[in-house]
Design a protein around this ligand. Structure first.
Ligand SMILES: [Zn+2]
Ligand SMILES: [Zn+2]
Length: 257
């Protein structure tokens, strides 16, 4: 199974998951034009995407869902909470498939387990995606690393983990006071330190790759996020574990497990 971040950050998020002839997208928060460009840059054909799985209704995760679904006739998988908020932004979509948070569903060869995350939107979720013995987790847009999240992210070979902000840069930066409170709150986004702590809880012998994601372009840098998280897990790095970064304007890194 392969995962390729197509974009990651507060201006748009999307991940391409591939296995053999099958592909799905997790979130599609760019314009349709950008999504198509990046899907092709990742070496995939948009016609072959079998589903768009949606984590929550914020615009940086759903911006292109409706247009991409209509243009390529792709079914959209989301829960009732997300649909209730996103319905008008999505418009008419090719096919709506409702999943239940906490309940595993399948798209072609993929088994997908959506799990609840604390975030300020209706019924937000992270995902654990498996094919045979290969398991990938995606958890961005969460304000706190709950036990549920840590449990669902353990026992994976690869994980996409939010590392949104450096707390000092956030507090000293240009955001208005209420936005700073929102970002660092329990329903906001994980800081580099929280991400490092969560990683310490979920490391196992199986984990090979960590992709830090949803990094703020205003309140973080790749060097800071990577430095903070790498420093907190020296044994993981000694055992050849990799910690990489997904960026807003780049496709990749492609990870195969
Ligand atoms: Zn987001
Ligand atoms: Zn969000």
């Amino acid at each position: 199974m392969k995962i390729v971040p197509l974009a990651s950050g507060s201006s748009g998020n999307s991940y391409l998951i591939r296995q053999g002839d099958h592909s799905i997208l997790v979130d599609a928060g760019l314009t349709c034009k950008q999504l198509v460009l990046r899907i092709e840059r990742a070496g995939e054909d948009p016609q072959r995407i079998r589903g768009i799985v949606v984590s929550h209704a914020h615009s940086d995760h759903i911006k292109g869902v409706g247009v991409l679904s209509r243009k390529f006739n792709i079914p959209v998988f989301l829960n009732k909470g997300t649909l209730s908020v996103a319905r008008s932004a999505l418009g008419k979509i090719a096919k709506t498939e409702i999943f239940e948070t906490g309940k595993v569903f399948e798209i072609e060869c993929f088994r997908i387990h959506p799990f609840s995350v604390p975030h300020d939107c209706a019924e937000p979720v992270g995902f654990r995606i498996s094919h045979g013995a290969s398991r990938i987790g995606i958890a961005t847009d969460l304000g706190a690393p709950t036990s549920l999240v840590a449990n669902l992210l353990s026992d994976l070979q690869a994980v996409v983990l939010e590392s949104n902000h450096d707390p000092d840069m956030l507090m000293d930066g240009p955001y208005p006071w209420d936005l700073k409170q929102r970002v660092k709150g329990r329903l906001g986004h994980l800081s580099n330190y929280q991400s490092a702590q969560l990683l310490q809880r979920i490391i196992s012998d199986q984990l090979k790759v960590v992709i830090l994601a949803h990094m703020s372009e205003t309140n973080n840098s790749a060097d800071l996020a990577l430095g903070t998280v790498r420093n907190s897990v020296p044994a993981f790095l000694d055992q050849q574990g990799k910690i990489l970064c997904a960026l807003q304007d780049e496709v990749g890194p492609e990870i195969e497990i």
